[in-house]
Design a protein around this ligand. Structure first.
Ligand SMILES: *Cc1c(COP(=O)(O)O)cnc(C)c1O
Length: 388
């Protein structure tokens, strides 16, 4: 929701730019902070959703840890003030130099995705005379019922270790002197809005946690990952995600032994709703069956619609200021300037009558927006504007 004053402020700026409403982010963070305190949960923020330094510093100030998927992210987390004992590092393809950097930083834990990775971390830790703490990323075979490109918890997936490999993995770990197994890690997918996959995940975690205990591993950390979805259709109805219901599932269904810690890795649910991509209409083009609104922002600024057929709410901010007694809406295919047919933010989007020069907001773009920007077509990087 944008006030008249905010829209008038936007009118003076050159577009496109990313806008971050820090009040929304702060409210989200205090909710996460108070609920995780009440439940004794540890929340790591998944940097890959948005690694803007200002945003990272704010998130860190609310006591969250960092979940990283590259050496660059570990470095960014360290540089923006995250304590190394609150940094975890996941990813199927960690390079030797990334592992070495993380070992030097003494991070809390490597989330390990294969047996060969265990051997490599052991070898690199040995050279540094260090013991690397690891959690096994396990493939729980839980269907998150989300888009096929963002489901990660099924057996035939490049991520994680499958239950049929457990015996081999345990035998291997016993032989690796510089590896210490401290936890189990899961992450079943992203943009999950129905909570039942999380309930299923808890049941699988309980079975696996018990199995490891019987094998002599009383593990300190159960990391259940992230994936909590947001309301893209109506961002103003739910600008703060229902974290309470989400955490309640784990409180109710996860069997946590005394001394065991429950960790989460939330990305999208924390940052998505605070961001909007603000753009201007360059041209209106009438075609046979549709009208195109051609924006000065494209898939180079926000690739989610082109990549995952993702929906983002689109609003004509200038139109909302013009008095339109009829309130009539018109349909537009809202597209960008990039030379790709997939460079389309939404088909048949209902907007107030739209003109050249109108300011357009593409909502809920705080997660997987700015971080996925590219310079394709030699486009310049869009500036970032903060509400305060
Ligand atoms: C992407 C990712 C997350 C965060 O996912 P969201 O859907 O943004 O909450 C957490 N953990 C791992 C391992 C990831 O790859």
């Amino acid at each position: 929701m944008f006030t008249k004053e905010t829209i008038q402020k936007f009118e003076k700026l050159s577009t496109p730019f990313y806008y971050y409403d820090l009040a929304v982010l702060k409210k989200t963070l205090s909710e996460v902070q108070s609920l995780s305190k009440a439940n004794n949960f540890h929340v790591h923020y998944a940097l890959k959703a948005n690694s803007n330094p200002e945003i990272l510093k704010l998130i860190q100030s609310y006591g969250l840890g960092a979940d990283c998927v590259s050496g660059g992210e570990v470095k960014r987390a360290v540089e923006t003030g995250y304590k190394s004992d609150k940094i975890v590092f996941a990813g199927v393809g960690k390079s030797d130099s990334e592992i070495n950097y993380a070992l030097d930083q003494n991070i809390l834990c490597f989330n390990v995705e294969s047996t060969m990775e265990l051997e490599v971390i052991n070898e690199l830790a040995q050279k540094k005379n260090k013991i690397a703490s690891v959690a096994l990323r396990i493939n729980p075979n839980v269907d998150a019922y989300t888009h096929k490109y963002i489901t990660t918890g099924l057996e035939e997936n490049k991520f994680g270790i499958n239950p049929y490999e457990f015996d081999t993995v345990i035998d291997l770990i016993k032989k690796l002197p510089n590896i210490k197994l401290i936890g189990l890690h899961f992450h079943i997918g992203s943009q999950i809005t129905d909570l039942s996959p999380f309930k299923k995940l808890c049941q699988r975690v309980n079975e696996i946690n018990t199995w490891f205990l019987h094998k002599g591993f009383d593990l300190q950390i159960l990391n259940v990952g992230g994936g909590l979805g947001i309301n893209y259709k109506e961002p103003d109805k739910e600008s703060i995600v229902d974290f309470k219901s989400f955490f309640s599932v784990f409180k109710e269904f996860l069997e946590v032994r005394p001394g065991q810690e429950v960790h989460f890795e939330l990305g999208r649910a924390i940052v998505a709703q605070c961001g909007s991509l603000i753009s201007r209409v360059l041209y209106i083009k009438k075609a046979i069956n549709t009208n195109f609104a051609i924006l000065d922002a494209g898939m180079t600024e926000l690739i989610r619609p082109a990549l995952y057929q993702a929906y983002h709410k689109i609003e004509n901010l200038s139109g909302s200021l013009r008095s339109s007694p009829s309130g009539q809406l018109f349909k537009y295919d809202v597209v960008g300037p990039i030379c790709e047919s997939s460079d389309c933010f939404g088909k048949s989007m209902e907007l107030t009558e739209t003109q050249r020069g109108d300011l357009i907001a593409i909502r809920s773009t705080g997660a997987y927006g700015e971080v996925m920007a590219s310079g394709y077509n030699l486009r310049e990087e869009a500036p970032k504007v903060f509400s305060e």
